[in-house]
Design a protein around this ligand. Structure first.
Ligand code: HEC
Ligand code: HEC
Ligand code: HEC
Ligand code: HEC
Ligand code: HEC
Length: 198
């Protein structure tokens, strides 16, 4: 019904349309939504739990809540029972004498045995292998990787946790007293691909 030339134009137009659709579908989300792999990401949490209050003012040790960091791959986020060690007694009220909203939500979840679903702040690609305990035993502080959490009301991502970020540290000259320096290694930690991709 149409000329060949016109048909070809239709095919090209449809092709270009489908292609841009595919590109938009694959990259759109990265552009539109802040990624939890980027620095600065600070999702809202179900309770306005403040590290500035708990780890800063009250000086509760990070390990009191993140018990896994010294012993395993995951630092772990504490169960409500850890909060209730204190909040069974400590129930702060506002200026009108009413329980603070965060405490109301906490008690509500505790009484109905529903865990709080915290939003993950640091989220590494699942295919990369990471282990907290290896870094803690090498003397690296939480703050080197997570920033000054004890000053944050809401946890914010300090670094985009890309491969280059890991490698930038692994490739540094080891500090004088570190295990790597004692072994005579040229770098702080191994950079073989299989260290993190196994
Ligand atoms: C070692 C004791 C302790 C533990 C454990 C603890 N808290 Fe607290 N929390 C406190 C104290 C003390 C305050 C401050 C009370 C005040 O400001 O008068 C507080 C304050 C709060 C507030 C109110 C902050 C505000 O001013 O609005 C919330 C919400 C809260 N905690 C949630 C939690 C959650 C959730 C957990 C568990 C992940 C937890 N707390 C674990 C002692 C603790
Ligand atoms: C009283 C318990 C408590 C203490 C003490 C505490 N944390 Fe947390 N931490 C939590 C809870 C609950 C969450 C999850 C909610 C949030 O992100 O605020 C969390 C989240 C985090 C996260 C983000 C986790 C993620 O999703 O990627 C980091 C990083 C972190 N804490 C580091 C620290 C460091 C460093 C310290 C010590 C300076 C510390 N925390 C002390 C309870 C605690
Ligand atoms: C060498 C860098 C590094 C150090 C040091 C480090 N973290 Fe992490 N942390 C990470 C990475 C990377 C993730 C994301 C892991 C994932 O998504 O599998 C993470 C995730 C977390 C989480 C979320 C829960 C989890 O385990 O995935 C918490 C909580 C946390 N870290 C707390 C801490 C605390 C507390 C310390 C100090 C005792 C600490 N981190 C030291 C890099 C580090
Ligand atoms: C601030 C510095 C620093 C950062 C950032 C860092 N690392 Fe490390 N990493 C080290 C040090 C130091 C060691 C310990 C070397 C040792 O035990 O002698 C280590 C050890 C490791 C090991 C164990 C190596 C072995 O001996 O098998 C793995 C796996 C690893 N890191 C993965 C990662 C990944 C993945 C990231 C990024 C998400 C990362 N690291 C970010 C400093 C860092
Ligand atoms: C110290 C840890 C570490 C080492 C060593 C490492 N990688 Fe990675 N790699 C990562 C992490 C973490 C990611 C995930 C980055 C992200 O989420 O963007 C990654 C991602 C990748 C990707 C996916 C593309 C990308 O950039 O996201 C490829 C391909 C890759 N690595 C190849 C390698 C090769 C090849 C080597 C050896 C020359 C190597 N890696 C060594 C930690 C490491």
């Amino acid at each position: 019904m149409f000329t060949r030339k016109f048909d070809r134009r239709v095919y090209v137009a449809v092709g270009v349309f489908l292609f841009s659709g595919a590109v938009a579908a694959s990259f759109g989300p990265y552009v539109l939504w802040p990624s939890n792999r980027e620095a600065g990401y600070a999702p809202e949490q179900p309770i306005p739990f403040s590290h500035a209050v708990h780890a800063g003012t009250l000086k509760i040790d990070c390990m009191y809540c993140h018990t896994g960091a010294e012993t395993g791959a995951q630092a772990t986020v504490p169960p409500l029972s850890t909060c209730m060690n204190c909040h069974e007694e400590v129930q702060p009220v506002d200026s009108r004498g009413e329980l603070k909203p965060g405490i109301v939500t906490l008690l509500d979840h505790w009484e109905s045995r529903r865990p709080l679903l915290w939003n993950k702040v640091s989220d590494l690609a699942d295919f990369a292998y990471f282990d907290h305990s290896r870094h803690i035993s090498a003397g690296i502080s939480c703050q080197e990787c997570h920033g000054p959490v004890e000053k944050m009301d809401r946890v914010r991502r300090e670094w985009g946790m890309k491969m280059s970020w890991c490698l930038n540290c692994h490739m540094q000259t080891p500090p004088p007293d570190s295990a790597a320096a004692v072994r005579g290694d040229a770098m702080r930690a191994p950079i073989h691909c299989t260290t993190c991709h196994r």
